[in-house]
Ligand binder design. Structure first.
Ligand code: ACO
Length: 402
């Protein structure tokens, strides 16, 4: 709990802090987390109030520009995002060249990176107008790309946007409508996805956001930095956990295993098995996002009449974890990923799409953090030190003597 703000020049003193458990990489005024009290706020606003009261683009505006938008500011912002929803035909061709069964996170990272090649007028980190354009382009195109990721896997063509609909409603339509079957999203589903995107929108200096900042600290473009963030998010210890949770639940079901025997494996660290969707570097109490997601899972599954045996397994695992010494002592609680997969599945997304949905939600946070970093006079190129443990100097051995 002690903060030592060090603006010291190179002193020769090096601290070793694997995983940056105790090292702040920056000062930031975007997101506040109190991990012991289970508090999360964006720009000072409590997450539950934002999830209840604000849409995703409104929260994106808040994170990026620092204030909640007035109705006219939100209209102008939404209109600007809408205007950039379509992708260039060549870009579509590019996305269509990946194998159909490629993991969508790899395609998403490549696509975000490739955007920079189509919009050279939005690349200069020092030009505010260009940065604003890149901001809007990323929010707009990521939605189109994400819906395309699903459509390509199921062999459907990309659909044109319908600007009369909201960001989330039209995302669902562009994802699930077919040329022969309209898709009208149930308002409960739109509301649930809107909430999920809001809950994922930022989470201060997590692995992917720190990656975005480090890459950007070299003055790489917003696209290059965010593409690196997408890759960081793909790992199962980070955003990939939402897909891993579902894989775990399905394995328990299909293996005919009981939740009790599975939990014994976790506690014995058998084969390195972890309870996916549990534990967090910062939250040492219930993740406030997980509480909201859990309620939402009940509502969505109820509404869709999609009684899911996997939800019962998830509840069973949580029940054991909350009263078991192993989890209690280590302060392991469900994180945001534990129940999200079940909601996405009920909505019609396959597991490989779960992490791209996380990326769609996190986009405003990555952008806001990159913009803050670029403007911060304290920013220096990210370049940690190391403690060398290899050989001391030794004589070179020519190839014929090895
Ligand atoms: N299941 C079982 N044991 C766990 C779990 C888990 N999910 N998470 C941590 N532990 C145990 C560790 O084995 C360790 O026990 P030990 O002291 O006996 O060795 C102790 O708890 C501390 O764990 P660390 O790995 O040191 O904690 P860290 O802060 O480095 O890791 C992390 C946090 C990566 C999230 C971890 O809890 C984890 O792997 N969870 C599962 C994956 C997951 O859900 N990730 C999503 C995170 S949230 C997000 O990205 C949106």
């Amino acid at each position: 709990g002690i903060v030592v703000s060090s603006l010291l020049k190179d002193t020769g003193l090096v601290t070793v802090d694997p995983g940056f458990m105790n090292t702040a990489s920056c000062e930031s005024s975007i997101t506040y987390i109190d991990g012991d009290a289970g508090i999360l706020r964006y720009r000072g606003y409590p997450i539950d109030q934002l999830a209840d009261g604000s849409g995703f683009l409104e929260v994106a505006y808040l994170l990026i520009y620092g204030e909640l938008p007035s109705p006219s500011e939100l209209d102008a912002f939404t209109e600007r995002v809408n205007r950039h929803t379509l992708v260039h035909e060549d870009f579509r061709t590019f996305m269509g060249t990946f194998p159909r069964n490629a993991h969508p996170m790899a395609v998403l990272a490549s696509a975000v990176n490739a955007l920079s090649t189509f919009y050279p007028e939005s690349l200069d980190p020092a030009d505010d107008e260009q940065v604003d354009l890149a901001t809007v382009l990323l929010l707009a195109k990521t939605r189109t790309i994400t819906s395309y990721l699903h459509r390509r896997r199921v062999g459907e063509p990309l659909l044109y946007p319908d600007y009369s609909r909201g960001y989330v409603e039209d995302f669902l339509r562009m994802t699930f409508a077919t040329p022969y079957e309209a898709y009208e999203a149930d308002p409960v589903i739109v509301d649930a996805l809107e909430k999920l995107l809001v809950l994922h929108a930022d989470h201060e200096q997590n692995c992917s956001t720190s990656t975005v900042r480090v890459v950007g600290s070299s003055n790489a473009t917003l696209y290059a930095s965010v593409a690196a963030g997408v890759n960081a998010l793909s790992g199962p210890a980070h955003g990939g956990a939402n897909e891993a949770v579902l894989t775990m639940l399905e394995k328990i079901r299909s293996g005919g295993e009981t939740v009790e025997t599975f939990m014994e494996k976790v506690k014995n660290k058998q084969d390195g098995v972890r309870l996916m969707g549990f534990g967090h570097r910062v939250y040492k109490s219930y993740d406030p996002r997980a509480a909201i997601v859990k309620k939402s899972a009940d509502e969505v599954l109820d509404k869709l009449g999609a009684k899911d045996e996997l939800l019962d397994i998830a509840r069973g695992l949580e029940e054991i974890a909350l009263s078991d010494d192993y989890f209690v002592e280590r302060k392991l609680y469900p994180n945001v990923d534990f129940y999200t997969g079940l909601i996405y599945k009920a909505m019609g997304f396959e597991p490989a799409m779960f992490t791209p949905l996380f990326a769609l939600g996190r986009m405003p946070g990555w952008i806001a953090q990159w913009r803050e970093m670029i403007k911060d006079p304290q920013t220096k190129i990210g370049r940690p030190r190391q403690v060398y443990t290899g050989a001391t100097e030794r004589p070179y051995v020519p190839a014929n003597q090895r």
